[in-house]
Design a protein around this ligand. Structure first.
Ligand code: CUA
Length: 334
């Protein structure tokens, strides 16, 4: 039983690693980076094998004692050093350097070099979450957080900005890292070749909750994606139950609405994640915890335990009924 558990957890673990591994690319950019990594790995393995062959050869060919080979300044062997120690590694490293530069130059990161960039999404790094703005015609704009939906098989240009410190956007199965730098927009072009959920994380240390600054990319069939966009464009759902109606009142009258926005209501705070469709998202707290009743209650009352130093305070002023009503309201914001 113990062994079965260990095996299951190992499989689970390797499953997680796969979903966030550069070795399992799921888009063209990550594919090319993976090719480069494999080329380097194979090259270095070949060179290591060759070195061991040389060492074995030298050991097996050596005759007599070490003393007989003195003095060491008899010379010889400089050719090995010049060719094997200098010329060969230098040329290999030069080739890899040029290939690396070419690969990097082919990724559009600055709009001054790539005029074909047409960002349809802007991602703004915040301590410690991702604000996601869908751009486009004014009537087609909406804001969400920590979860990026894209249509499958299409290149999507994303503008990366930061409002506080330097963060780094990294979805390993789709692309390499690109930094989000204050006052200096960068760009990334991602494409997912298959439907799926691709997890990512902030890859630049940005403070206490850097490790809890995760993101999710959902690649959907174009029809599903369009349906999702239409849903996101809608204002927050009207509460249909008594509990949700009471929860909405608590949300609007209490501190929630000062920081969070629910479009179509009086809640217009812009400093914290937009909650208009919070119930449709997979996770909460920048993908640190699952989006369910229990974690929402825990997050409202004890955010500082779940994510110390995050901007979300511990809201302990609600009684049990008020807390459940509040969560009922949030859970129907689909
Ligand atoms: Cu944001 Cu690390």
């Amino acid at each position: 039983m113990k062994r079965a558990c260990a095996l299951a957890s190992l499989l689970l673990l390797s499953g997680c690693q796969r979903s966030q591994s550069t070795l399992y690319p799921k888009g063209p950019a990550a594919d090319r980076i993976a090719h480069m990594s494999w080329l380097m790995l194979i090259l270095f393995l070949a060179i290591t094998a060759f070195m061991w062959i040389l060492i074995t050869w030298a050991i097996s060919r050596r005759r007599g004692t070490l003393a007989e080979h003195e003095p060491v300044d008899v010379g010889g062997g400089q050719g090995w050093i010049a060719w094997g120690g200098l010329a060969f590694p230098l040329s290999v490293l030069c080739v890899l350097f040029i290939l690396g530069l070419k690969l990097m130059a082919s990724f559009p990161v600055h709009d001054s070099h790539h005029h074909d960039l047409h960002p349809t999404i802007a991602i703004i790094g915040r301590q410690w979450w991702w604000e996601v703005q869908y751009l486009g015609a004014p009537a087609q704009r909406f804001t969400t957080a920590n979860e990026i939906h894209i249509p499958v098989g299409q290149p999507i240009d994303i503008e990366l900005r930061s409002l506080d410190v330097i963060h780094s956007f990294w979805v390993p199965t789709l692309h390499g890292k690109v930094d989000l730098i204050p006052d200096h927009p960068n760009f990334i072009r991602i494409q997912a070749d298959h439907e799926g959920v691709y997890t990512g994380t902030c890859a630049e240390y940005c403070g206490a909750q850097h490790a809890h600054m995760r993101l999710v990319v959902l690649a959907q069939q174009p029809a599903d994606y369009d349906a999702w966009v239409q849903g996101q464009l809608q204002p927050g759902a009207e509460p249909a139950t008594d509990a949700a109606r009471r929860g909405e009142q608590i949300f609007m009258a209490g501190p929630c609405s000062m920081c969070h926005q629910v479009r179509g209501t009086l809640a217009g705070g812009r400093v914290a994640p937009d909650l208009t469709h919070i119930a449709s998202r997979l996770n909460i707290a920048a993908n640190s915890y699952p989006n369910n009743d229990a974690y929402l209650e825990a997050w409202i009352t004890h955010a500082q335990s779940l994510k110390p130093e995050a901007a979300m305070p511990n809201l302990t002023q609600f009684n049990g009924q008020q807390l459940r009503d509040l969560v009922a309201y949030l859970r129907q914001l689909k």
